[in-house]
Design a protein around this ligand. Structure first.
Ligand SMILES: Cc1cc2nc3c(=O)[nH]c(=O)nc-3n(C[C@H](O)[C@H](O)[C@H](O)COP(=O)(O)O)c2cc1C
Length: 371
């Protein structure tokens, strides 16, 4: 049965940009930057160019703001000149097709490993609490997560500055804006949540302290790029990478209300039914929608993500619960996803084993719709 997806194809203002439709490409880690150097390359530019559409918004994959902020050898960074040059090629491929692109900025905190730290010691995080589970070292061995080192209070400003510098670098590469990755159990969420933040200084304890790093980072990025070119991604109630808080509902309300007056480009909420990196096929569906829950706490554009299909995406926007919908996995396997949704065409299924593999397979070889 075909559905009328017209609500997804109305223009939307996001900061200074006017999007021509509301089908956003979600940030997707694909582990295909050049090693060593973590620099985006021509293959990455081709992949993103395939997914660009006139007036459409792409949020490019999580990119570390400093070398020790990465979880793997081949995630891209945005802290070196070589990386900026690589990103400029990606941006050009998207702009050449009339699309827009923000870069997602991250630091994975305790998800990293000593083999990625410049001094070879365990990674840094808010508190010395290890995640239960396993990770891979730089040379690919599967090992338990390490107990991280606590970031000293006097080092905190250097983290804020790293995000500011990455924003400067992103703007130099030509990005239309940056998205601060405050979701999925990474550094900024580790600070937000009690299970990973046991600090007793100005960066822990009360909610206003736990949200300080997210807010300072966001304000620093806004000071560089302009607030209307900075978005923030959050995953209230999400379960990813050891995340969790005992009181998520008021925590995220406070965070969103604190971000609201900054005049940001958008807020990007991952629905709690979606797992952090889309690892599971079908997630719990009986949880409330984060977008519905927090819509009234946020006055700017709201992007919702997580297990959307054309019918549910259309309904979210038509009913006013979100202004745009970000698609992840289906954007991997359908480079022309907005056009397919508009025309009611079938989706190509995605192939999970190539999400994080290498090379063109499962990356640049998904075909567009037959003409
Ligand atoms: C392969 C893969 C990589 C991902 N990488 C990121 C990432 O870099 N940053 C992020 O915020 N979310 C990441 N996610 C989560 C997606 O952005 C999205 O929230 C999730 O896949 C749910 O949306 P979907 O059901 O449309 O796929 C990733 C998901 C997948 C499947």
């Amino acid at each position: 049965m075909s559905i009328d997806t017209a609500p997804l194809f109305q223009p939307l203002r996001v900061g200074p940009l006017t999007l021509s439709h509301r089908v956003v490409m979600a940030p997707l880690t694909r582990m295909r930057a050049t090693v060593p150097g973590c620099s985006p390359n021509e293959m990455n530019a081709r992949y993103y160019g395939q997914r660009a559409s006139q007036g459409g918004l792409i949020i490019a994959e999580a990119s570390q703001v400093m070398p020790g902020g990465r979880p793997a050898p081949s995630t891209p960074g945005c802290h070196s000149d070589e990386q900026v040059a690589g990103w400029a090629g990606v941006v050009k491929a998207i702009h050449d097709k009339g699309g827009y692109v923000f870069l997602q900025l991250w630091h994975v905190g305790r998800l990293s490993h000593s083999s990625f730290q410049p001094d070879g010691q365990p990674p840094f995080a808010p508190s010395p609490i290890a995640i239960d589970g396993k990770t891979r070292t730089a040379d690919g061995q599967l090992v338990p997560y390490e107990t991280p080192r606590e970031i000293p209070a006097d080092a905190m400003p250097s983290y804020v500055e790293a995000y500011a510098q990455a924003t400067r670098n992103a703007m130099r590469a030509g990005f239309d804006g940056v998205e601060i990755h405050g979701a999925n159990g990474y550094l900024l969420e580790q600070f937000l949540q009690q299970r990973s933040n046991r600090r007793t200084d100005a960066w822990g304890g009360a909610v206003e302290n736990r949200m300080r790093l997210l807010l300072d980072v966001t304000k620093a990025a806004a000071a560089v790029a302009g607030a209307d070119r900075v978005g923030v991604r959050l995953s209230p109630f999400g379960v990813a990478n050891g995340s969790g808080d005992d009181h998520p509902e008021p925590l995220y309300r406070d965070v969103i209300r604190a971000l609201d007056p900054l005049g940001l480009a958008y807020l990007h909420l991952i629905e709690p039914r979606a797992s952090g990196a889309g690892q599971r096929e079908v997630d719990h569906q009986d949880v409330p929608s984060a977008a519905v829950m927090y819509r009234r706490d946020w006055r700017g554009p709201l992007i919702a993500a997580g297990n959307f299909k054309p019918d549910t995406a259309t309904r979210m926007v038509a009913e006013g619960h979100a202004d745009a919908i970000a698609f992840g996995r289906y954007f991997i396997s359908n480079p022309d996803l907005p056009a397919r949704i508009r025309q009611g065409s079938e989706f190509t299924p995605y192939h999970r084993p190539t999400f994080y593999s290498q090379g063109e397979e499962g990356y640049t070889d998904y075909p567009p719709m037959a003409a």
